[in-house]
Design a protein around this ligand. Structure first.
Ligand code: SAM
Ligand code: SF4
Ligand code: F3S
Length: 444
């Protein structure tokens, strides 16, 4: 079979990263080989994200860049995948003739068919929500990801319809993959060398799969993965406060491999705003979960997502969010100004003053970053366990993560890749820890 190069550029969340890998696993059957040279590919895939800002315009801008790259060369097959593809569908083909294929996140099993049809110059758009067929198809396509830390999607879509969010429209209804399908894929990843698996879902802790009258939950998956001796660490993201059930919370008392770091988005510290957002949980619900987890394991640390300047957010609402951050010292969070998404309920609401929103974002980030820097500083002169992922390209240093997912950059040796090593932390900044290998000290 004649081989051809494919370049895949991924935007957005971890699920898009997972999807890009699966798209690649699929197209290798057509002779495509991944390249890192974006200017020399027969096929160019943009895997897009629609969550915030001018997502659609960014895609057209990217295509403008690709056009320039290939000005004097044969044009690549231009594929737009991901959440913008789903939201914009055939409009994209009309607006930008350079695009050949538009494919939504629940139709990736059809990508080879579309690429074959493209040989006859047929432009294609495929945006069906066919999640069951997609995963059934991928059940027979080996996951060739050979990273030390691998993603594995267990659940997709969302039925919660927070008023600000585009995900239920771009990823479709909530769907949980069959338990055995997930385990088979996890075994492939472990065989390929994965030492850490992050289970993914837009509402990963809503995972629920029923077979023979038994319900399998996220806690069952974690318990099962715990049995693989080659696997060192288990993580999951993104969880929702409404689905933080006791079976999952209890995993933190018995499963050492489950990392003591919980990314649990709250969005706002004001019950009034949470209600306006249709979150269907209160600040108190969140604090109860926090307390339960801390009681089970004091080491657990939290991170969150915040939306600032949601329509109707008052100074008092914003202060409530600041107060929450004073109570819960999140160690690493995402905060963004509300961005109206086409088709969502809140896109029709009146925005708050832009400068006020910017000022609030600045204030909240000062607080969040202060906590983050403080937490990182607390690791200085201690020894931490680091799962070594790779050698860094441009420096003679190694890259890994501590249990709280913070990047650790350190002097090490090639043999340590894929192992958990003890690193003495000498320095830190807001995002990373820096140090060198230490063999005979107790880990913090
Ligand atoms: N399912 C997760 C939850 O409910 O917490 C969140 C998944 S969403 C892909 C990731 C984050 O994007 C959200 O937690 C939210 O903070 C942010 N987000 C979503 N829509 C947004 C919008 N319209 N404007 C700003 N941020 C938004
Ligand atoms: Fe979006 Fe998460 Fe809300 Fe679903 S639960 S609508 S993914 S923010
Ligand atoms: Fe973006 Fe879609 Fe993920 S909108 S955040 S790529 S689910």
């Amino acid at each position: 079979m004649k081989t051809k190069n494919i370049f895949i550029k991924t935007f957005g969340c971890q699920m898009n990263e997972y999807d890009s890998q699966r798209i690649y696993d699929n197209v290798t059957n057509l002779g495509f080989i991944k390249t890192s040279d974006q200017a020399n590919a027969e096929c160019y895939v943009l895997n897009t994200c629609h969550i915030r800002d001018k997502a659609k315009e960014k895609v057209y801008h990217e295509i403008g860049r690709v056009k320039k790259l290939y000005r004097d060369k044969k044009k690549p097959i231009m594929v737009v995948a991901g959440c913008v593809a789903q939201a914009e569908n055939e409009e994209m083909l009309k607006r930008e003739p350079y695009i050949d294929i538009v494919i939504g996140p629940q139709a990736y099993h059809k990508i080879n068919e579309l690429l074959k049809q493209h040989e006859s110059n047929i432009k294609q758009e495929e945006i069906e929500f066919d999640t069951i067929s997609k995963f059934r198809h991928f059940d027979n396509v080996k996951n060739n990801n050979n990273k030390i830390s691998a993603f594995l999607t267990i659940q997709e879509g969302c039925d919660k319809f927070c008023h600000f969010c585009v995900v239920p429209y771009t990823r479709g209804p909530e769907y949980s993959r069959p338990f055995n399908q997930i385990i088979t894929e996890a075994e492939q990843l472990i065989k390929n060398g994965a030492k850490e698996i992050t289970l993914l879902g837009q509402n990963v802790n809503a995972y629920s799969y029923r077979e023979n009258l038994k319900e399998f939950r996220l806690s069952d998956l974690i318990n099962h993965l715990n049995q693989y001796s080659e696997l060192e660490r288990i993580r999951y993201t993104t969880s929702h406060p409404r689905d933080m059930t006791d079976d999952l919370i209890n995993c933190y008392s018995s499963i050492q491999k489950l990392m003591p770091f919980v990314h649990l988005p709250i969005q706002s510290g004001s019950d009034r705003v949470l209600e306006l957002m249709n979150r269907k949980h209160t600040v108190d619900d969140y604090i109860k979960i926090y307390k339960k987890l801390k009681k089970i394991n004091r080491e657990i640390e939290f991170s969150s997502d915040f939306i600032i300047g949601y329509p109707g957010e008052t100074t008092k609402d914003f202060e409530d969010t600041l107060n929450l951050i004073n109570k819960i010292k999140f160690i690493n969070s995402f905060s963004f100004i509300f961005s109206p998404r086409p088709g969502t309920r809140s896109s029709k609401l009146e925005m708050i003053d832009k400068n006020t929103a910017k000022e609030r974002l600045k204030l909240i980030q000062e607080k969040l970053f202060y906590n983050q820097i403080k937490k990182n500083k607390s690791f200085e002169n201690t020894v931490v366990d680091v799962l070594v992922e790779n050698k860094m390209e441009k420096q003679n240093k190694f890259f890994g993560r501590n249990k709280y997912i913070s990047p650790v950059i350190f002097d090490g040796i090639d043999e340590n890749i894929g192992k958990i090593v003890k690193v003495k932390i000498e320095n830190s900044n807001q995002n990373s820890l820096f140090g060198s290998l230490k063999k005979k000290m107790k880990a913090a």
